[in-house]
Design a protein around this ligand. Structure first.
Ligand code: ZN
Ligand code: ZN
Length: 347
C-alpha cells in the first residue's frame, strides 16, 4: 500500500480530522495523482451527516479535484508523470452494460464506483475521497486538465459542472433556447455560465431580489423573484428548460407553471420523493426530469467547452486545514459560490 494524508470523518463529532490514509499500489491501468485542489460539495455534507449515525468504515469526502500525475501503471499510455488532470465523482463502472456502452457510466446498471464511500470493483475496499494529498485512480476516469483553466477554479466543474452540463446538453440547449436556473449556489452559478455560454437566453429564479446583480454578472439576462406572484405570472409558460438547483425540498408546481409548452423541468438540487399534480404536466405537455454527474464523453466535452469559453467556478479558496469551517459555512449557504480546498498544507 501507499501512504498519504487526508481529512477523515471522526464519527463521534461529525467533523474531519487530519489522518494518515492508505492508497492501493498502482494496478496496470492506474495513475497516481497528487491532489492540489478539491471542491467542497453538498454531497460531502450529506455523507458526513449520514456517517455520524453509522460510524462504521472510514469516510474521507471529496469528489471534484484537480492535481498532477505522479506515477502511471504499466498499461497507461495516455498520461505521463507531470500531466495536470481532473477527477470527478465516478472512478469506475462495469464498462459493459448498455449505459456504459452509451458513454453514460454515471447510469451504470451495476452502479458506478463512487470516488468516496464506493466499493472498489476489484478488492472490495471502500473508496476514500479527494480531501487528501494523493488519489490512485483508473486512468479512464481521469481527465486532462485543459490549458488556460485555473486548476483551483476548475475542480468544481468535475461534480457541480458536469451535473448541470449534462441536462443542458441532453435537452438541446443552444441559441434560441430560453433557460431558467432556479437557485444560485454551486450548481446554479455554473448552470447560468454554461447556459449563457451555449447561447441560450438565460434567467435566474431566486427567492429574494438580492442576487439580481450577481446573476447579471454571471451572464443572466433575466431575474425572477419566485416569492412575487406577479413576477412569476409574467413568465408563465416561458422557459424551455428549467435547471432546478435548489438544495432544500420545495413545491414543484410554481416552477412547472413557468416551464414552456413541451419544456422540461430538471430537478437536480434536491433528490428524493416529490409530489406532482399531473395536471401541472398535462397543461402544456410539460416534462419533469432529473440529472446527476456525467459520463466520460460528456465530462470531457464539458471541460473542452469550458476551456473554449473561459468558464470556471467562482470559488473561495481555503487551506485544507479549514475544511470544517468550509463545511459549516456551506451548510448555511455562506459561500460565493464554491469552496475549494488547497491541499498543499498536507505535506
Ligand atoms: Zn458533488
Ligand atoms: Zn455499466
Amino acid at each position: 500500500m501507499r501512504s498519504t494524508t487526508g481529512w477523515q470523518a471522526d464519527g463521534a463529532t461529525g467533523t474531519l480530522r487530519r489522518a494518515a490514509l492508505e492508497r492501493r499500489d498502482l494496478r496496470p491501468d492506474d495513475i497516481a495523482v497528487r491532489i492540489e485542489y478539491c471542491g467542497v460539495c453538498h454531497t460531502d455534507l450529506h455523507a458526513l451527516h449520514a456517517h455520524g449515525s453509522d460510524a462504521n468504515g472510514a469516510l474521507v469526502p471529496g469528489h471534484e479535484f484537480t492535481g498532477v500525475v505522479t506515477e502511471v501503471g504499466g498499461a497507461v499510455a495516455d498520461f505521463s508523470p507531470g500531466d495536470p488532470v481532473a477527477v470527478g465523482n465516478i472512478v469506475d463502472s462495469c464498462g459493459t452494460c448498455p449505459m456504459c456502452e452509451a458513454g453514460q457510466e454515471n447510469f451504470c446498471r451495476e452502479f458506478p464506483t463512487l470516488t468516496y464511500g464506493g466499493t472498489d470493483r476489484q478488492d472490495g475496499s471502500t473508496t476514500l475521497g479527494g480531501y487528501a494529498r494523493e488519489y490512485v485512480v483508473n486512468h479512464r476516469f481521469a481527465y486532462r486538465l485543459p490549458a488556460g483553466l485555473d486548476a483551483a477554479a476548475t475542480a468544481p466543474l468535475l461534480c457541480a459542472g458536469v451535473t448541470v452540463w449534462e441536462p443542458l446538453r441532453a435537452l438541446g440547449v443552444g441559441p434560441g433556447s430560453t433557460v431558467a436556473v432556479a437557485g444560485l449556489g454551486g450548481l446554479g452559478h455554473l448552470a447560468v455560465k454554461m447556459a449563457a455560454g451555449l447561447g441560450a437566453t438565460t434567467s435566474v429564479i431566486s427567492r429574494t431580489p438580492d442576487k439580481a446583480e450577481e446573476a447579471r454578472d454571471l451572464g443572466a439576462q433575466g431575474f425572477v423573484v419566485s416569492t412575487d406572484p406577479k413576477q412569476m405570472e409574467a413568465v408563465r409558460d416561458r422557459f424551455d428548460v428549467i435547471v432546478d438547483t435548489i438544495s432544500a425540498p420545495h413545491d414543484l408546481a410554481p416552477y412547472l407553471r413557468v416551464t414552456a409548452m413541451d419544456g422540461t423541468l430538471s430537478r437536480l438540487g434536491d433528490l428524493g420523493p416529490v409530489t406532482v399534480d399531473t395536471m401541472d404536466l398535462l397543461i402544456g405537455r410539460k416534462k419533469l426530469s432529473s440529472a446527476g454527474s456525467g459520463g466520460r464523453p460528456s465530462t470531457a466535452a464539458m471541460l473542452r467547452f469550458c476551456a473554449e469559453h473561459g468558464i470556471t467556478a467562482d470559488i473561495e479558496l481555503l487551506p485544507s486545514s479549514q475544511v470544517n469551517t468550509a463545511l459549516e459555512r456551506l451548510e448555511r449557504n455562506d459561500v460565493r459560490y464554491r469552496f475549494v480546498l488547497d491541499m498543499s498544507d498536507l505535506d
